[in-house]
Every structure is written in C-alpha cells, then in structure tokens.
Design a protein around this ligand. Structure first.
Ligand code: ADE
Ligand code: ZN
Length: 326
C-alpha cells in the first residue's frame, strides 16, 4: 500500500496548531530546570500518562499547567523551533501558528516576550528549513471581551509580526457573539479572522462565527454536519474548516477515528483540511493525523490531493505565493 508514503511526502500546509500544545514533555522538563521551576510529575513518562481526557476542558486544564514553564523569550523560541523542525520533517511547507498571549500575561509575562520569541523562530524556519510560518493570536473565550481588547491592544506594537486573530479555549457557554466588538475592531485593523466553532459547541456557534464575527475560516467545525442548511452555506461560500482528527479522538468528540466525519465532509463538498491542533498532547503531528485518519476511514489518493490543495487554498499566504506551492 503506497498511500502512507504519498501522505508523508505530500507537500502540505498546517492551519490549526496551538504552539503551547506542541510543547513535548522532554522540553517541558528542560525548560522547568532552566528556569528553576518544577513540573508536578516525577518524570516524562508519568506526565505523558496523564494525557487522558474526557472532553475539551479536561485537556485545557493540563495544557494550562504545561505553559507555566515558559518564562523567557528564548523559551518561546525553543518551543517554536522544535515544532517547526518537526513540521518540516512531515513536509509541511507553510504553517499558521496559533498562540494565546493571555495565558502568559496571566503569569506575569509581557506580550512582546511571547511574540518576539515565536517570530524569531518563524524567521529562522524560512531561512533554514524553507518553511514559511505566520502567527495568529487567539483570544481566550472563557475570559471577557474587555480582556480580549486588552490582549489586542498589547499586541498592536507587534502588529507586523501577526497575520490574524483567532478564538480558542472553552467553547460551551462562550459563543462567538460574546466577542463581536473586538473582532470588529481586529477586522478594521486588517487582521485575517478565524475562530474555533463547532468542536463541542452547536452549529449555531458556527453560524454566529460566520455572520457576527465574520471569520474567514472555521477551526474544527465538525458539528456543522448536524445542520444541512449550514453545510450548504459552508459549501457555497467555500469556507475552510480546519479539522483535527486526533484531537477529536483524544477529546472524545468522536469515539473512534473510524467514526470521524472527515470523509462525509469531503463528500459533501466542504473545504476541509487536516491539522494537528495540540500534537504533544494528542499524540501525533501532521503525518500521524493523515495516515491514521486515511487508514481508519479508507480515504483515497484523490482525497489526499484534495486535502493538500485545500490546505494551501485556505491559507493566508498571498495569491502569488499560492501559485508557487501548487
Ligand atoms: N486551545 C488549544 N487547543 C484547543 C482546542 N482544541 N479547542 C479550543 N481551544 C484550544
Ligand atoms: Zn484548536
């Protein structure tokens, strides 16, 4: 079977990956040591064994715990560089990296420490790995809209290092419309806009992300398949959906990969893409997501080509650069 090899060597773009979710236990322990901090687990193995989740919130609590070792610009650089090298090994040619400043400012860090560390790794990736990388700042939706405005304000001096604004964290109970004003402001400032919607939340959250926040892509969006009118809208407007199969498996959005609806989304004509979300926590980078999902669902080489094309088409690289990739 030649499909796994094709999936691995196929050029691809990653559009949904939280950099804090790429922090592997080995690096977490190393950064803790460097910063004179401790990790509340005896070793790497016992930490990895704790990565069992029943839902999004259980994951977010452990993910937040892991971010406590990040203290300096070099820490953010090292974490990002490790991800970029790993992505390049999977033939990722372009990546749009999510990060949340509010997690780190909540621990007393300044926004510029975070963004400058991430950005320096992105510059080095272009030069040393031939991998283009851009940054999307995600507001934390469990916090208030006022706090999102503060995060945006603090990032504005570094505006040129960012391509877009997103919305992440606990979805249920925090619908997109809670952030209508701050997304309008970000839009006026020229940011590209995305939001997590329809991961655990209902189709109504996808509608409001599109119609109220006016996002260009939906992160996850797997719950859209419950609403035929929404499926028609997503197909008509060619709205990209950044699907994360192993994430959905680990957070029990679907009981098994064989029950995932990625195949149904493609058959419905939706512009789906495959992404890793939080690879250190969900046990797999891009090619793991591709090969395992293709095996479980029996997807085809034609669908692999479709997903690769979708990933570049849905990206925020400019139109002239897209032609080079395709
Ligand atoms: N933050 C990191 N990963 C996330 C996910 N899958 N959903 C919402 N917020 C997140
Ligand atoms: Zn995500």
């Amino acid at each position: 079977d030649r499909l796994p090899a094709l999936l691995q060597r196929m050029p691809k773009a990653e559009l949904h990956m939280h950099i804090e979710g790429s922090l592997e236990p080995e690096l977490m322990f190393a950064l803790a040591k460097r910063n004179g901090l401790s990790v509340p687990y005896p070793d790497v193995e016992s930490l990895r064994q704790a990565y069992v989740f029943n839902n999004l919130q259980e994951f977010l609590d452990i993910y937040h715990q892991g971010t406590l070792v990040l203290r300096t610009e070099q820490d953010f650089y090292d974490m990002t560089w490790a991800y970029l090298k790993r992505a390049a090994a999977d033939n990722v040619r372009h990546t749009e990296i999510f990060f949340d400043t509010q997690t780190h400012t909540g621990h007393g860090l300044n926004t510029d420490v975070v963004i400058n560390g991430l950005h320096r790794a992105c510059v080095d990736a272009q030069q040393q790995l031939g991998l283009s990388a851009s940054l999307i700042l995600c507001f934390l939706r469990h916090l208030s809209e006022v706090e999102a405005f503060e995060a945006l304000e603090q990032a504005l001096p570094l505006r040129d290092k960012l391509v877009g604004i997103g919305l992440a964290s606990s979805e249920l109970g925090h619908p997109p419309e809670k952030f209508a004003k701050v997304f309008a402001k970000a839009r006026a400032l020229g940011f590209r806009l995305v939001a997590h919607a329809g991961e655990e939340g209902p189709p109504a959250y996808i509608w409001s992300a599109l119609d109220i926040l006016k996002v260009e892509r939906i992160d996850h969006g797997v719950q859209a398949m419950k609403d035929p009118a929404l499926v028609a809208r997503l197909r008509q407007d060619k709205i990209p959906l950044t699907v994360c199969p192993r994430s959905n498996l680990k957070l029990r959005v679907f009981p098994t990969l064989a029950q995932h609806n990625l195949g149904a989304m493609l058959e419905a004509g939706l512009m789906a893409t495959v992404n890793s979300d939080d690879p250190a926590y969900f046990g797999g980078y891009m090619n793991d997501n591709f090969t395992q999902t293709f095996a479980a669902l029996g997807l085809t080489a034609q669908q692999a080509y479709q997903l690769a094309c979708n990933s570049f088409e849905a990206s925020f690289i400019d139109a002239s650069a897209k032609q080079i990739f395709q």
